[in-house]
Structures are given as structure tokens and as C-alpha cells.
Design a protein around this ligand. Structure first.
Ligand code: ZN
Length: 146
């Protein structure tokens, strides 16, 4: 059988600040992120299966990603736990994600990969994940590199 990759794109708005960074991203600001998730597998070939011909139902992938990443991070402020006011901001604004890493595009990709991998069906592998922070800047994780 042939292995096929399928990709779904997600968009969300998120603020962050890079604590101790030496550029403009040290300030709290937002981005319109675009997340592309590519999984690989063999199209279902069971004639009576409602998912015949599919690697994964796009709707199933959408639900996994929406429930575990988009709902959590969309319209949130993501700060490293080393940010001094992080706890106060979370108390004041609620949707503040305090993470144990610097919330760069690269580290967000690693975090999203760690969230998704255990949630995918057994017959599907996460092939790569691409997170655009701007129209011209993105970070990618590839299974083959790791
Ligand atoms: Zn930024």
C-alpha cells in the first residue's frame, strides 16, 4: 500500500512575550499564527468502512487539534514561568498560559508536537508540523529529524 500525507491548516491569534530577549519580541504583542499539521498513513481500504479511502478523516484531525491546541492557545497570552508577573496576569486575565519554556515559534512547535503525538490514531504518524508566526517566518518539526 501507498503511504500518503495529509495536511490540515489552523489559524489562531495569540500573544506572547520573550522574557530577557534582546529584541522587540520582549514586549507583550500578538501574532496571527498559522499551524499546518501533516500526518502520514495508508488510506483505509476496508470496503464497508465509512472512512474508506481516507488516511484520517479531516474532521477527526480538526477535532483533535481544536480540542487540545486551538481552544487552549487561541486568544491567550503565553509567557515563560520566569516572567515575573505571569501569575498576576493569569489571575487578572485568566487566559494566560504559563509554560516552562521561552514561547518562541520553535518551542511552541515542540510543545504542540508533544501534545499531538499521543492523541493520533495508532495507524497514523505525525509527519511534520509547521507554525507560521508571521507571513514570512515559521518553524517546522519533522519526524525524520528527531
Ligand atoms: Zn512575537
Amino acid at each position: 500500500m501507498t503511504v500518503i500525507r495529509v495536511t490540515k491548516e489552523f489559524k489562531f491569534e495569540m500573544a506572547h512575550a520573550l522574557t530577557n530577549y534582546d529584541g522587540k519580541c520582549k514586549y507583550i504583542h500578538g501574532h496571527s499564527y498559522v499551524l499546518n499539521i501533516t500526518v502520514a498513513g495508508q488510506p483505509n481500504c476496508q470496503q464497508n468502512n465509512p472512512k474508506l479511502g481516507m488516511v484520517i478523516d479531516f474532521g477527526d484531525l480538526k477535532k483533535i487539534v481544536n480540542d487540545n491546541i486551538i481552544e487552549r492557545f487561541d486568544h491567550s497570552l503565553v509567557l515563560s514561568k520566569i516572567a515575573k508577573l505571569a501569575d498576576n496576569l493569569k489571575h487578572e486575565y485568566q487566559k494566560v498560559e504559563i509554560v516552562d519554556y521561552q514561547p518562541t515559534c520553535e518551542n511552541l512547535v515542540i510543545h504542540f508536537t508533544e501534545i499531538l503525538q499521543p492523541l493520533l490514531p495508532q495507524n497514523i504518524v505525525l509527519h511534520h508540523l509547521r507554525l507560521n508566526e508571521t507571513a514570512t517566518s515559521y518553524a517546522e518539526w519533522f519526524a525524520n529529524d528527531n
